[in-house]
Design a protein around this ligand. Structure first.
Ligand SMILES: [Zn+2]
Length: 503
């Protein structure tokens, strides 16, 4: 009994085993060929993706190297410009010093010229004085001549009178004349006459003495004038010598001034050249900056590998298809509800208002602005053509920047068409939306982390992750794009988020 039971049991196991084995062999035959096919497909795709990824990495490294080079060039130009600037400052100081020297020289020359003028006035004054003195001398000489003649004449007269007085015994003659009077009347007359004669004689004598004194004075004056003339002449000679010396000095100062002016002009030319040099250097710096801006822009414009682009488009299509299907399903359910509502009394309509009011809510937000601001932060870069000096590029979104942990929210409800790490975008989330029948895709780039995954349905305002600085980013910010009609590689559908109140 026991043996039979064991045999039966073994037979059963064997039967089941054979049955199972045949099934497994059958299934695995199919799967293995499929799997191999899939595996080779996956390998092929993997190779493509890897080569695209390598290309993207090379491109990124290339851009980074270019930026490094450009930055080095800018630093060099900066250094050159600052050297030139300090040379300019030095030259300006030199110019100021030269100008001061010129001013000093000029005032020295002015002072000397003033002194020369004074001396020349003095000389002409002295010369006029000499002339006057000479005239005086001439006049005095004439006067002396007259006086000498008149003195001589009077001396002759006096000599005669003295002789007659001596001959007739002096005053006795007067007495004889008086005593010889015949009567008192005659006596009076004779006394008066004698007195008159005596008076006249006295006057003649006095005049004679006075004239001789005058003559002496005039002679002295002539001598004095002659001395003065000599003195003046000496002074004039001296002054003339001083004037000549001063003029020589002025000439030499003027010569120095001319040379200083020439050197000033030379320094000014040097300064002008330095300014031109500086402008060139600054211009070159601007060009390099523009180059750097353009490179940054290039990097910022989110260069993607072909595989990445294709995957994005494929995922986006899937998301839109899903959304369309969802909407159709929604419409179908609505119609059903409406039919059942119209069949039923009005009171039961409220039971279906749950899903209905949900849709209404979405439509309301959609019609008001469609999108909400995806994060806090200031607008560090706007949408559209960026103009840097010497370059222009297109920025397909807006940059919102803020430090610290800044949450990012879905701008509208939709389906996450992709959530992945991109070499250019860094951690990035693509969300596809259908708003009032219009397709949109929003892009959230350079995130620190991602809280949603591809295919996930999200509602407006739902947390997607935090603001970051991943991928080709230069400082923490959210790069946000809106594409009307869906994202494409050329970003031709990008619209300005400011039109939706995101600014
Ligand atoms: Zn940006």
């Amino acid at each position: 009994m026991k043996k039979n039971t064991v045999k039966l049991f073994l037979a059963a196991i064997l039967f089941v085993g054979i049955f199972q084995l045949s099934t497994v062999t059958d299934v695995s035959a199919k799967s293995i060929s499929d799997l191999q096919k899939e595996k080779s497909q996956v390998n092929e795709q993997h190779k493509d993706v890897k080569s695209d990824l390598d290309k993207a990495k090379d491109r990124l490294n290339e851009i980074k190297q270019k930026q490094k080079n450009t930055q080095n060039e800018i630093n060099k130009l900066d250094e050159k410009a600052s050297n030139t600037q300090s040379q300019i400052d030095k030259k300006i100081n030199e110019l100021k010093e030269k100008e001061n020297q010129i001013n000093t020289k000029q005032s020295e020359i002015d002072k000397l010229n003033g002194e020369i003028n004074e001396l020349e006035t003095k000389i002409s004054e002295l010369q006029a004085e000499i002339k006057q003195l000479k005239e005086e001398i001439e006049q005095l000489k004439a006067e002396i001549k007259e006086q000498e003649a008149s003195i001589e004449k009077r001396e002759d007269l006096l000599k005669n009178r003295l002789r007659s007085i001596q001959k007739n015994g002096g005053d006795i003659q007067y007495l004889e004349v008086i005593l010889g009077s015949k009567n008192f009347g005659d006596f009076i007359n004779r006394t008066v006459a004698v007195n008159k004669i005596m008076e006249q004689d006295n006057q003649i004598l006095e005049t004679h003495i006075q004239e001789k004194k005058d003559l002496e004075n005039n002679k002295k004056q002539v001598e004095k004038n002659k001395t003065k003339v000599e003195e003046n002449k000496v002074q004039v000679e001296k002054d003339k010598e001083t004037v000549t010396a001063q003029r020589d000095k002025v000439a030499s100062e003027k010569k120095q001034l001319e040379s200083q002016k020439a050197s000033l002009a030379a320094e000014k030319t040097k300064l002008d050249n330095l300014f031109v040099q500086l402008e060139d250097q600054l211009g070159m710096k601007d060009t390099q900056m523009a180059k750097l801006d353009k490179q940054e822009e290039e990097a910022h414009n989110h260069q993607m590998s072909l595989a990445e682009k294709e995957e994005n488009l494929r995922s986006q299509k899937a998301a839109f298809d899903k959304l369309i299907a969802q909407q159709k399903e929604e419409e179908r359910r609505k119609k059903e509800e409406q039919q059942s509502n119209s069949n039923k009394p009005n009171s039961s309509g409220s039971s279906n208002s749950g899903s209905g009011s949900g849709d209404t809510q979405i439509e309301q937000t959609s019609s008001s602005s469609g999108f909400i601001r995806p994060s806090a932060g200031y607008l560090s870069s706007g949408f559209g053509h960026r103009s840097c000096s010497g370059c222009s590029s297109f920025h397909p979104g807006v940059d919102l920047a803020q430090g610290g942990i800044v949450p990012i929210k879905a701008a509208a409800s939709g389906i996450v068409s992709r959530s992945y790490y991109s070499n250019s975008y860094g951690h990035v989330v693509f969300i596809s939306h259908i708003i009032n029948g219009q397709k949109y895709t929003t892009v959230y780039a350079h995130m620190r982390n991602r809280a949603v995954s591809t295919g996930q349905t999200v509602s407006q305002g739902q947390y997607l992750g935090n603001m970051g600085n991943t991928g080709q980013s230069f400082g923490q910010h959210l790069h946000f794009e809106i594409h009307r009609g869906g994202w494409n590689a050329s970003k031709s559908n990008a619209v300005n988020p400011a039109n939706f109140g995101i600014r």
